[in-house]
Structures are given as C-alpha cells and as structure tokens.
Design a protein around this ligand. Structure first.
Ligand code: NAP
Length: 339
C-alpha cells in the first residue's frame, strides 16, 4: 500500500472543489484495504472511502485524515438461478461502464440507470435511482468489509435496508461497513420499465414492440444529455438534493396551495418533485452564488461554473434549503455528502 501526503481532492471529485487529503491511498485488494484502515487507526486519524467522487463535497481546508480510494476492479458474469445472469462487480468499477457491458449482453435490469456518474460501490450506498429503476431492484448481495471487526462478508439485499436514496450504509448500523463489491441479478427478455413519462414518450409503440435494453439505454442517455450538464465538462455531482417525501396530509395541503404540484407514492408518504418546487414555486432556476449555481435546465443539480470554492457550493445549497423551508415548510436533505 502506497501512502501519499497532501493529495488534492478537487480533481478527484465531480464538483471539482475542496482542499487536500492529509493522507491518501488507493486500494486494489482486500489486503491493501485492511492495511489502509489499520494505518488510519494507528495514526488515530479518521478515514473516508472515496469512490468516483460524484456524491461528495470536501471542505476547502481539506480532509484531516486518510482518504482511501476504492480501486477494487473486475466484472464477472455467471449463470444465476431460473435462467438469470449474475454480475459480480468490484466496487471501484465505473458504474456506467458496467451498465454498458450488461446492455451489450442484452441483459435487462440496469438500462434505466445509464449515464449515472460514479462507481459501482456507490450504487448500493445511495440506492441510486433514475427513470423508475433503483439499484435495489437488481442487487442480490453486497460485499462488505466491516472496518471495526475487520471482517469481509456478504449482506443480502434485505439486510441492506434499502429505501429512497438510502440504505444501511448510511445509517448508524452500517457506519463501519465499506462496500467492496456487489452482485446484480439480471435477465434476458425482462420487461422494460417505462413508467416515467420522459422515457415512455420515447417508445410510443412499446406495447407492440418491446424496446431492447440497448434502445432504452440510448433513450436515457439522450434525455440526460438534454436535461443534465455534461459532468465531463462541468463540475457537478448530479442531484445535490433528495426529492422530499412528505405525509399524505401534508401533500394534500400543498396540493391545495399549488394545484399543479405532482406527488408520487413513496413508502408511506408522497414524494414531491423538488425540481418543480425550485422552478415553479421559488423561481430559482439558474440561481448563482459566486461561482456556484443551480443548473438552468434542472435546478436539483448544482454546478461549479469554474473555480468555485467548496464553501460557495455549500452556501448555495444552504440558501436553497432555507428558501424551500421558508416558503413550503418542507425540510430538504442533501443527497451529496458534505465533509
Ligand atoms: P421529472 O420527470 O421532471 O420528475 C421530477 C421528479 O418526479 C423526479 O425527480 C422523480 O423522482 C419524480 N417522478 C417523475 N415521474 C415519476 C413516476 N412515474 N413515479 C415516481 N416518481 C416520479 O424528472 P427529472 O428531474 O427529469 O428526473 C428524471 C429521472 O432522472 C429521475 O428518476 C431522477 O432521479 C433522475 N435524475 C438523476 C439525477 C442524478 O444526478 N443522478 C439528476 C436528475 C435527475 P425520482 O428522482 O425519485 O425518480
């Protein structure tokens, strides 16, 4: 394991902001991961496991401990039960590269999740979702390293406590868990998931001609290209905020005030579109604060317009949070982890 000092994190995060890591290492094997964690322990320093950096914002002062870049690689396809295919993937693999491989094998399951930045390791942590599909719908198990007990084991889907952009990995019970890999159960000839309007509109003939995973992937990538910034060009972590889930009663009250507001059943509550609130209720599209801004075509997405400080991005996010609360009394949560 190679330990480096004072490594800039801005270039390793999608928002392209934040100071250096006091210590930094990349781990590619179980042995290296174990060594990294015990090194942090030995130095009595906090550690943070970094994937693709697409959902994290480090402070301008940097991270005072050890940043461990997850470099576990490998994609293996195996026969699963009942004619299904099992894909076993290292946490450090690029998510979209993996999705593209499943699609080229004509496997259904992940095509709606095309174009999401980040690594495979982040997919169960965030329970990433887009266009009506979520990682949890296809995950069979997640491989985990328990940093406290120093043990590797597999956590079955049910034990991951998946919820809306949520999982055990974000709760106190999973505080010591480091995701090192995951197994996805995929199928040939599965049914396309076209329940989101943007996507169903691309396939008016879907009842007669079921679109292939490749056709759905192309459509999703095109919708994303139209609506979202190109993260290869602009600093962005995608959606910075989670869509809020409110009680049915609260939703009815909001709907009375804003009749055009849409709600979608989510668990026991109703999920409301925060992008719609930011646009139609608060008129915040394109809001800028210094060099940080809300993306004009999709205000859930915060962008670094070039050289924004971490503090500017955080302040903009806090401003949005306050504005939403003062107008609607809804408390919104960050999807991005601010460290
Ligand atoms: P939209 O169609 O304008 O709808 C706004 C919100 O309403 C979405 O965020 C979505 O929630 C929810 N929604 C729409 N149709 C729904 C349905 N049939 N059932 C349940 N919920 C529904 O959406 P958009 O903002 O363009 O986003 C489309 C998809 O791309 C969403 O799934 C969104 O999560 C995803 N997206 C991802 C990122 C990212 O950075 N990864 C950024 C923007 C959008 P959900 O977000 O919970 O799906």
């Amino acid at each position: 394991m190679k330990l480096r000092r004072n490594v800039s994190l801005a270039g390793l995060t999608a928002l392209r902001a934040g100071g250096p890591a006091r210590y930094f290492t990349e781990v590619k094997t179980k042995g290296e991961l174990k060594e990294a964690i015990s090194t942090a322990r030995g130095k009595k320093l906090p550690f943070f496991v970094l994937g693709g950096g697409s959902n994290v914002l480090f402070r301008d002062e940097g991270f005072p401990g050890l940043v461990v870049k997850m470099g576990f690689k490998g994609i293996e396809f195996k026969k699963g039960k009942r004619g299904k295919t099992l894909a076993i993937v290292g946490a450090g693999e690029n998510w979209d590269g993996f999705v593209s491989k499943t699609v080229s094998k004509r496997l259904h399951g992940l095509e709606n999740l095309s174009g999401i930045p980040g690594t495979v390791g982040a997919s169960p942590i965030q329970n990433i979702g887009a266009y009506g599909a979520e990682a949890k719908d296809s995950i069979l198990w997640v491989e985990v390293f328990d940093a406290k007990r120093e043990k590797f084991f597999r956590l079955k889907n049910k034990k991951c406590l998946f919820g809306y952009r949520d999982s055990v990995f974000k709760k106190p019970a999973g505080r010591d868990y480091i995701v090192t890999g995951a197994a996805y159960l995929l199928s040939r000839g599965g049914r396309p998931n076209l329940k989101y309007k943007d996507l169903s509109e691309c396939f008016p003939d879907a009842e007669r001609f079921s679109p292939s995973p490749a056709a759905i992937r192309r459509a999703v990538l095109e919708i994303r290209r139209r609506k979202l910034p190109d993260w290869k060009k602009l600093g962005t972590a995608g959606s910075f905020f989670k869509n809020p889930v409110v009680s049915g009663r609260r939703f009815a009250a909001l709907k009375k005030k804003y009749p055009a507001m849409q709600g979608f059943a989510e668990g026991r509550g109703m999920k409301v579109s925060l992008a719609w609130i930011l646009d139609k209720v608060l008129n915040l599209n394109g809001l800028k604060l210094g060099k940080a801004g809300l993306f004009r075509r999709q205000p859930l997405v915060l962008v670094n317009c070039g050289g924004a400080k971490s503090e500017e991005i955080r302040k903009l996010a806090e401003t949005v949070r306050k504005k939403v609360f003062s107008k609607t009394k809804i408390k919104i949560e960050f999807e991005v982890k601010v460290l």
